[in-house]
Design a protein. Structure first.
Length: 590
């Protein structure tokens, strides 16, 4: 093997790792967060959790990605530690599908149909289809499929290049002697663990081992302990992910480690004990790609079957390793848990992260709505404690804006689908509207406080008008927030007529106040307070209109909000005019 063979091997390895990463990214993007939602909801039964973990990992081709996602679920409180165990076990089984796909490269036959099964035969066709999808398709789904196909073709090309480059190693005595060292179970296990820890992918390290089998110098005696070590090395990714996370999240990473360490220990003790008695003949034989896949699958399936009944013990072991004191538990209870869904681990699966942002933003909207309802209530029933509560709610809403804004900016830099990109843009706009509404709620409280301190009240007529205005305001807030939570595009289109009605009410109230002022039925001081209230009401309705328009805008290629509103207001828009008239009839000032 000369210098150029080494370069070829390195190039093949680079293509192999890049292809695996590209294919995994394409699969994750194509799922659009659906797989994560399935994991989140259907993990109550341990066996079902194992099957789900295996299925999801088989699809996204990465047990590390699944495990890191589970660590994120536990850290955010979406999933309990006991639910995570089954998924982790299933992930180890699901990752073995990669080794079976890679084993197809070892097919040797003169039969035409058998040759077609060999990846080097069909991967060029897949690559061509994938490139066509990427270059000429405008649909995100087809582009995702194209990425998967191209990634798979690059992966198999890298595998074939590596296999071809290492074949001359069979004639190098030094290489054979190095492999002989790994027949020592401990050395083989350490080698497999270190290799996998470095590249952070058991699927990739198994693929590299399968490529080395092309030399014919790798025996099963050397391959078996390396495969065992690979399962331990893959735990590094989850352990790194757990740094800085909650205690339960770190325990999840430990469960992954303990499962693989205990499973490997039991398997190796039983396997080598039987080998010392029975003397397995295949141990001295040359390993092949299919044999590696068989050992990899057998180990993970057996470890899952043996340890699944003891899943609760694994949880207890992790809890003993990271205990929780009473003071720490109290401190954790005092901390806000509102933002745990905004876990950085979810950024690697943008479709799911976008959904979590929508859930948290809907929670922000609930707090905003609550603060406004209480603020309006204070106008007739002032209470100092309730006014302080509204101010505290406004502080929480501000924190939501800060946390969501920072997270959404990070998310916007990821490779998002067109739909998710529009939704991120929409969320960035609406969190500002929700925050401003909470600010206006505080302004309303300040006006209520001023009236209470000065012991002044509006005229009876002004109070009646204000109650009508308040009902209209609370309806638009309720409708706007509901259509946002449900992503109801049709309902969003009906917000604008109500906003226009509120604009009309605002003008009418100011006009009527001037008339009362002229008649001496109201004071200038009370007029300022009333003007402050109606202005805040009108601006709140503007923000509700912005929320609805942003929602509709996220479904399209984008438009100017002012142009959209102007289009709605045209007299030849019968649907708008009908809704507007209905609201005018509903909210008539006395």
């Amino acid at each position: 093997m000369d210098f150029f063979d080494v370069l070829t091997m390195i190039g093949g390895l680079a293509l192999f790792l890049y292809g695996m990463d590209t294919m995994g990214a394409g699969l994750a993007k194509a799922s659009g967060g659906k797989l994560e939602r399935i994991l989140e909801k259907l993990t109550s039964n341990p066996i079902k959790a194992v099957l789900l973990g295996a299925g999801v990992t088989a699809v996204i081709q990465s047990s590390s990605a699944t495990t890191v996602m589970v660590v994120g679920f536990v850290n955010s409180g979406i999933m309990k530690l006991t639910q995570a165990v089954g998924i982790i076990m299933g992930a180890n089984v699901g990752t073995t599908i990669t080794s079976w796909i890679l084993s197809l490269s070892g097919i040797e036959s003169s039969n035409f149909f058998m040759k077609l099964l060999k990846p080097t035969s069909f991967s060029p066709v897949l690559a061509l289809i994938g490139v066509i999808f990427l270059m000429f398709s405008k649909k995100d789904k087809k582009k995702d499929v194209g990425m998967i196909l191209v990634g798979f073709a690059i992966l198999m090309t890298g595998m074939d290049t590596m296999s071809g480059a290492v074949k001359p190693l069979a004639d190098v005595p030094e290489f054979t002697s190095i492999l002989t060292m790994f027949t020592n179970p401990i050395l083989g296990l350490i080698c497999g663990a270190v290799l996998t820890a470095v590249i952070q992918s058991s699927s990739a390290s198994v693929g590299i081992l399968q490529a080395l089998c092309a030399t014919g110098a790798v025996s099963f005696g050397a391959a078996v302990p390396i495969i065992m070590g690979q399962n331990i090395g893959t735990c590094v990714t989850a352990m790194i992910s757990g740094i800085g996370a909650s205690k339960n999240a770190r325990r999840t990473a430990l469960v992954h480690l303990y499962f693989n360490v205990i499973g490997t220990t039991v398997f190796m003790v039983v396997f080598y004990a039987l080998n010392s008695v029975v003397q397995f003949g295949f141990m001295e034989g040359a390993a092949n790609a299919a044999g590696i896949a068989t050992v990899h699958t057998t180990f993970n399936v057996c470890a899952t079957i043996v340890l699944l009944p003891f899943s609760k013990l694994l949880v207890k072991l992790a809890c003993l390793t990271i205990p929780e004191t009473a003071s720490e538990r109290d401190a954790e209870n005092e901390n806000e848990k509102d933002f745990q869904r905004l876990d950085v681990r979810f950024l690697d699966t943008p479709g799911y992260a976008v959904e979590q942002c929508h859930i948290v933003t809907a929670k922000m909207a609930e707090l905003t709505k609550k603060s406004l309802i209480q603020a309006v209530y204070l106008l007739d029933n002032y209470n100092e404690e309730l006014s302080k509560k509204v101010i505290r709610l406004e502080d929480r809403v501000d924190k939501y804006e800060d946390q969501l804004g920072s997270y959404l900016v990070k998310l916007s830099t990821r490779d998002l689908s067109e739909k998710d990109s529009h939704k991120v843009s929409m969320l960035l706009h609406v969190i500002g509207d929700f925050e401003r509404i909470s600010d206006h709620a505080v302004n309303i409280v300040e006006t209520a406080q001023e009236l209470h301190v000065k012991n002044t009240v509006f005229s009876e007529k002004a109070q009646e008008e204000l109650k009508v205005f308040s009902r209209a305001l609370l309806e638009i807030v309720d409708r706007a927030f509901e259509v946002f939570a449900k992503m109801d595009y049709q309902g969003a289109a009906m917000i604008e007529p109500l906003e226009e009605t509120i604009d009309y009410l605002n003008k009418q109230m100011k006009k009527r106040h001037v008339e009362r002022l002229r008649k001496g039925e109201c004071t200038i001081e009370l007029g300022f307070a009333l003007s402050d209230l109606t202005t805040n009401f009108e601006r709140i309705s503007d923000h509700c209109s912005n929320v609805a328009i942003s929602l509709i805008q996220s479904r399209t290629d984008g438009f100017e909000a002012h142009e959209y509103a102007a289009e709605l207001h045209k007299e030849n828009n019968p649907e708008f005019q009908k809704a507007y008239q209905a609201y005018r009839d509903k909210y008539i000032l006395p």
